[in-house]
Design a protein around this ligand. Sequence first.
Ligand SMILES: C[S@@+](CC[C@H](N)C(=O)[O-])C[C@H]1O[C@@H](n2cnc3c(N)ncnc32)[C@H](O)[C@@H]1O
Length: 429
Amino acid sequence: MKPDAAENPRPLSHAERFARLDAHLAAYESLWRSSPHAWLSKGKPLPWEAGFAPLAEALRALPAARVQALHEDAQACRIFLRRHLPVLDELAALVALPDTDSALLPRQAHAAAHVGGRKLEQIRHFESALPTGFAHHAAPEKTAIIDWCAGKGHLARWLSARDGRAHLCLERDEALCTEGQRLAGALPLRFQALNVMDEAVRAPLRGSAAVLALHACGDLHTRLLRLAVEEGVTELALAPCCYNRTQERHYRPLSALAREHARLELDRDALRLPLLETVTATGYERRETQRRAVWRLAAQQWCQEVGIALPVESPHAARATDFPAYLRSVAPAVLARWAGQGKTREGERECERRERQGARRLSTLRALELPRAAFRRAIEVWLVLDMAVFLEEAGYDVQLMAFCPRTLTPRNILLHARRPACGAQASGR
Ligand SMILES: C[S@@+](CC[C@H](N)C(=O)[O-])C[C@H]1O[C@@H](n2cnc3c(N)ncnc32)[C@H](O)[C@@H]1O
């Protein structure tokens, strides 16, 4: 092998990346499958702790602030964990996707009105990441682009304001269609109130040049992929999300490769894993969520000790501003009997002690979640690679990229696929 070939090895194909990810995810399944919450609330160690004792020990010894910092910084988390899990370095390479370095396209006041700030930025990045000539092969009599599960059609409206072409929004919710049509004003945008799971969706697909889907959930994006192949859609760009929103009990692989060789079987809990990331929450939201999680764990433990089940939270509990108030609304019997409503000094002290205990429990739980978090993106990329290989098996050229920073949305993977015959240019802007 020539020296430069060793330094610049051939990039792996999507199928090769899929196979390697599949093998690693299967080998370390126990680490990401088991929910720390489920095991700790039974008072048991997680099933993997015996097999990875030094890792479990290191995690359980982490102070709460460090646990939080590692949850907020994926790179630091990998560096911490790789002493015990060297596989994470290879996983990081397998899940890496090219960023789109294209300059952001100009703002458009008309099309941007009525779109939330974060959604608007996602749309600008999404458009910017589309290859030059996207859908330009459209015959004039054809719909240029279909916006799949369009909501109010913010993305299609944005595109139509830039290129002046006729785009079609497919959306099940009639109220969203009506509102979207109103927002479009004089732009040549059309809405069709249609359930994309119905057979009627095939006709517009056949009559369009390209399909876009920004954050179409679970069954809605797999439906698009299957129909795109069946109906010969020439080009599509999809940013998938909510992989767990499916009628299937287990993920049904799309590609022949995955159907025949994949070791992983993902149920809905596993499909939800990539979504358990809150990079878009504000500091305040995160602190509030944490405070309430402490109260819930403290109450749970207290209830367990006295042998009563902790009921589902009422809206009243959601409004509580301190632990005794929370406890009063979820488990008044516990509070009345063991802490005198939390109003005596002794009761207050018991509540404080219990709250501290809840905080320690939360910290342990969050620490034991770190290995799981380190495998989350790998599961998502495994799913998207299955989509890419499926389209390649049907003759498409497929590219995967990260269309925006994860702080804007963690669902930032863009799959672009085109049938080679359609003649659009492949290069980015
Ligand atoms: C997550 S939103 C994304 C909306 C839009 N693409 C965006 O990024 O703003 C998903 C949309 O899919 C629509 N939807 C859900 N099920 C659908 C179905 N079976 N057929 C058509 N649209 C559907 C919902 O009403 C919602 O507007």
